[in-house]
Design a protein around this ligand. Sequence first.
Ligand code: PRX
Length: 649
Amino acid sequence: MTDQQKVYPVRDDIAANAWIDREKYQAMYQQSVDDPEGFWAEQAKRIDWFKAPTKIKHTTFDPHNVDIRWFEDGTLNASVSCLDRHLEKRGDQTAIIWEGDDPTDSKHVSYRELHAKTCQLANALKELGVGKGDVVTLYMPMIPEAAVAMLACARIGAVHSVVFGGFSPDALAQRIIGADSKLVITADESVRGGKHVPLKDNVDAALTRKGTEVCENVLVVKRTGGEIEWKEGRDVWYHDLVDKQATDCPAEEMNAEDPLFILYTSGSTGAPKGLKHTTGGYLVYASLTHQYIFDYQDGEVYWCTADVGWVTGHSYIVYGPLANGATTLMFEGVPSYPSHGRMGEVVDKHNVAILYTAPTAIRALMAHGDGVMDSSKRDSLRLLGSVGEPINPEAWEWYHRVIGNSKCPIVDTWWQTETGGIMIAPLPGAMDLKPGSATLPFFGVQPALLDSEGNELQGAVDGNLVISDSWPGQARSIWGDHDRFIQTYFSTYKGYYFTGDGCRRDEDGYYWITGRVDDVLNVSGHRMGTAEIESSLVAHEAVAEAAVVGFPHDIKGQGIYIYVTLGDGVEPTDELKKELTQWVRKDIGPIASPDVIQWAPGLPKTRSGKIMRRILRKIAANETDGLGDTSTLADPSVVDDLIENRAIK
Ligand code: PRX
């Protein structure tokens, strides 16, 4: 029996108390696809509305007219569902446990405190002239103020655009300009793994870029007290402005389809796109998936290790858990600091019941052997989750056996920035697990596999993963560019949302995501467009042409492999490789750091000049026996040169 055929049946102890068992899943799933209106009308009741929706679903994937609306006549405010409605029953319950980078640093924020802090910041935002529909960029460390800032925007109807704190000033500037953002909220510095990252300096640098004049103010949280520059009239200390504000602030009445946030993500072409998520459908979906997929039980401590800069942090650190009245743990640091045992130590320290992390983190720990978890017991764990990339069965088994002490189900959750919430994942009381498979679709999700001509494939088969009908958490558009939204997701296969992922369905109907089928890389669970890295490289004066592909990497899942053709007369030196590496890091951010650079006197191209990435991917992966047909190349000899001079032997 191969690993891939191994099955972990539903555990009796989990099934006994789970929200959803096998029968319930079948019945609810069936209703969700047969009668989506009835199903979602009922589910919408789980959040608080000013005016409950009577129109439930109005959606079409017709490429001439993609139009996605859920609960369109309902009105609500997301912060009310996440805060106000909990005050009576659980005002003193911890909403956020914050664990600092330094293991002696942690604090608990109750629902009442979180409500008060959110209202104070909301009032401060108003004082700064921010109102309904304005976009606020957050470039923040993993501190409670990040969640407060998201909720405070929601409270006054402003739209937040969180930019991951590891992005460069240029990447930040691009996102400030793209969203026309009048305020940036940041901190003096963030702290990760004992090192300080100069967030405010990066904001200063970003705001020197042309086009960022739209940004009027920078609100700065004092996190470390590190030295920073100060621009009078523009910069405002968070504590100066926020602490003096009233602790209540009326919540703006928003339409269900008003935007809640923008989140930038990479695609296969062009600059990163700002996905637009709206209020009602997103919140219903984030909250429902959080409760059922993590089988969240009242009072449990739940820890998602993502950064709030990614969609996982939005839906499963902030909105989903808080809408459900959960206790959500927010970790400032990294799993390897001060030692590789940290994750387990945090679990023990705060009695974490549910741990949701990424395969890359698991593989990094696994590389240190089983002993890496010896400093903790992790008896409090009941359930584990995985997200961001396919989890290889070996890492799954290790996660299960070592971190979970062989007693916790693992929910492998497949979804995307575009989907707003989890789409394919096991419900732990309802589905047997197969290591490496995200198993079955969540309520309302109708996956299909298509061949390259767009024919729907039946049964056990490999294909391109599409979704046949809308679900409430779906992104509604790309900010300011609906045509690009249609082009990217709805034009490849007419009538379907195209995910960009390849997938296999097995004989039990289980889904196994095989990875991207487009030119998007997934490096340590971070999504990156090859086109973005290439355009950064060709902007360097020494570079004539560059092609970027992914290659299999033991820890990161995929590494970044770059082929560079230099300009005439430029010497290919190791120094230059270092310089190009720094160039990309500076331009995009450290997450885009090249793993390998190979000098390429020529790139394999078709006669019409298109780079044959399929060949470059094979060479990078050292699969040169199966290069396939190279006869259509303009100059087949370049391939021999690339193979001979492969950068990793
Ligand atoms: O390729 C899939 C992979 O990550 C992509 C989405 O990336 P992003 O929008 O950054 O969102 C990441 C967190 C939701 C997908 O197209 N992916 C995500 N989760 C999984 C996955 N691949 C396989 N299994 C997963 N569980």
